[in-house]
Design a protein around this ligand. Structure first.
Ligand SMILES: [Zn+2]
Length: 279
């Protein structure tokens, strides 16, 4: 882990930890844990970090985000939990450019023109860049990268990521939501005009002549559907059985659908296979 908590409650990043200043009493930053941890100095191939010693109390508790490898969904939840303490304590935050133009089939022509002019595209973010100091600008240009990060990188590091999108820097945990949370936030006016990453389990696929709907499981609050319009059908080749019952991550803008009176539904328009990643 790359952050730990000091006796005064402050969270400290391993890169700025100094035994002389901060003392030896350092603990796991997860509020469900607090196990004593030790500091490990950095080497050329390894960033400084904190770890439990495995002796006595120095073992992560069961509910701790560092106790074991977390699933995608568990990581999203822990990143949300840690995000505020990382930001409030001035622990290193990393701004990453989010550029998903390449997933958009309507964007293709411009990409080809731009490739010739601009060879210096930011590198796709990977695990190594986050652990070392990213001196080259990095970007996220696919849902695969999001999935990979959230299944390989520690939740404390992820909690320090700010995504640069539409001229703003947004904590990554604010942009990845379960469909039920996103639906509630949208109807309560608590979402922004930025793209979101929505995860959940597909319950049903409905294919009409001009539009297809992929429904997440119904909740007490209403429906959440992914919508694909006819002109994008050729770019979306998943069959019903590829989708139904699967946990997926989808990307797009949230939209209210109040077409049916008395029923609040939310939807997200997607245009191709690349707008979905299986979790
Ligand atoms: Zn712990």
């Amino acid at each position: 882990m790359h952050s730990a908590v000091l006796p005064n409650g402050k969270v400290i990043g391993a890169a700025s930890y100094d035994e002389q200043i901060h003392g030896l009493q350092i603990n796991c930053m997860d509020s469900a844990c607090g196990a004593p941890v030790i500091f490990i100095k950095g080497k050329t191939d390894m960033a400084p970090h904190f770890k439990t010693s495995g002796h006595g109390d120095s073992v992560h508790k069961e509910k701790c985000g560092f106790a074991r490898q977390l699933s995608f969904q568990e990581t999203v939840s822990k990143v949300g939990e840690y995000q505020a303490s990382i930001a409030d304590n001035g622990v290193r935050q990393i701004a990453i450019r989010l550029n998903l133009n390449d997933v958009d089939p309507d964007y293709e022509k411009q990409v080809i023109e731009r490739d010739v002019k601009e060879k210096e595209e930011p590198k796709e973010l990977d695990e190594k860049m986050l652990k070392d100091k990213p001196d080259t600008p990095a970007s996220i240009s696919s849902l695969k990268t999001i999935k990979k990060l959230f299944t390989t990188v520690g939740p404390d590091i992820l909690a320090g990521i700010l995504l640069h999108v539409k001229g703003r820097k947004i904590p990554v945990s604010d942009m990845i939501r379960h469909h039920e949370q996103a639906h509630t936030a949208l109807w309560e006016g608590e979402t922004e005009d930025i793209p979101y990453f929505i995860h959940g389990k597909v319950e049903r696929v409905t294919r009409r002549g001009k539009v297809w709907f992929i429904n997440f499981s119904k909740t007490d609050n209403g429906y959440f559907s992914l919508v694909i319009f006819e002109r994008h059908f050729p770019h979306f080749t998943y069959k019903d059985e590829d989708l139904i019952g699967k946990e997926i991550l989808a990307y797009g803008y949230l939209r209210k659908n109040d077409f049916k009176e008395g029923q609040q539904s939310s939807e997200m328009i997607i245009k191709s296979n690349k707008y979905i990643e299986f979790l």
